[in-house]
Write a protein that binds this ligand. Sequence first.
Ligand SMILES: Nc1ncnc2c1ncn2[C@@H]1O[C@H](COP(=O)(O)OP(=O)(O)OP(=O)(O)O)[C@@H](O)[C@H]1O
Length: 297
Amino acid sequence: MLELNAVTHIYPNGTRALDDVTLSIPKGMYGLLGPNGAGKSTLMRSVATLQTPTSGTIRFGDIDIIANPEKLRERLGYLPQDFGVYPRVSAYDMLDHMAVLKGIASARERKETVETLLNQVNLWAVRKKAIAGFSGGMRQRFGIAQALIGNPELIIVDEPTAGLDPEERNRFLNLLAEIGENVVVILSTHIVDDVADLCPRMAVLAAGKIQLEGAPLDLIAQARGNVWAKTIDRAELDEYRGRHEIISTRLFGGRTIIHILSDSDPEDGFTPTEGGLEDVYFSTLARTRRVAPSLAA
Ligand SMILES: Nc1ncnc2c1ncn2[C@@H]1O[C@H](COP(=O)(O)OP(=O)(O)OP(=O)(O)O)[C@@H](O)[C@H]1O
């Protein structure tokens, strides 16, 4: 269990990127969903001990990770948002090198680790190729392989599917799903479907605060009865925006389907609809925007 208590982070320029974040994250896949600038990377870097929050505590099991960051690092696997360097060395050699850095001194043990991981992420066939020549999806799979070195108990992946084509995204999400239920995996993303497909629990972070927390299915059930849909022409969109708070728009067969949130029948030709996680997410953001218009873009 990872526990954050009243975590606040204020950057030197005064930006309050995290504002009193309290969260308990159990074993299994956990989705942290939020728009750009919400504070997700700040939260991920704080948990990964790359920066120290201005105030608050973070514990992983019995480790106080702010007091003892090195203890957490032994158990952590981290795939940052921008993995950065894509060297001209082969995937095999790079993984071997990273295994050395992670403290696997025995050559035999390293060989076994590297070979297992390259197979697991389906990069065995290209193990001798330079990472610099890999596609985006291959780089992300390499990123997961390096994060899994040393059997971490806490795995953080920050916006891993951004920029991947649908096939690569699928492959990557399947890989994450296989990692297991006995570790804590935090998936930070702005893509609702990533969370809907994978995570039994989730939180929405916006404007530095946790706006919503729970199981996606429960959150969807809570919105039931409040989501209304109507198919309109694109040209009518502005008119509808003036009358209703639209939480999502979707194109279907050249027309536009709009969803709005309302406790009772909005009486404008809308029909009740089964809301999805996207409706839950966008209505949460709409609420946040009303309170902090500049922050929840
Ligand atoms: N080093 C920094 N100095 C000042 N402000 C920062 C710094 N890093 C991030 N911020 C600001 O803190 C807020 C949260 O940023 P953060 O990168 O954590 O958000 P995010 O949810 O990960 O978004 P993105 O997906 O765009 O990275 C933003 O307003 C950002 O501009």
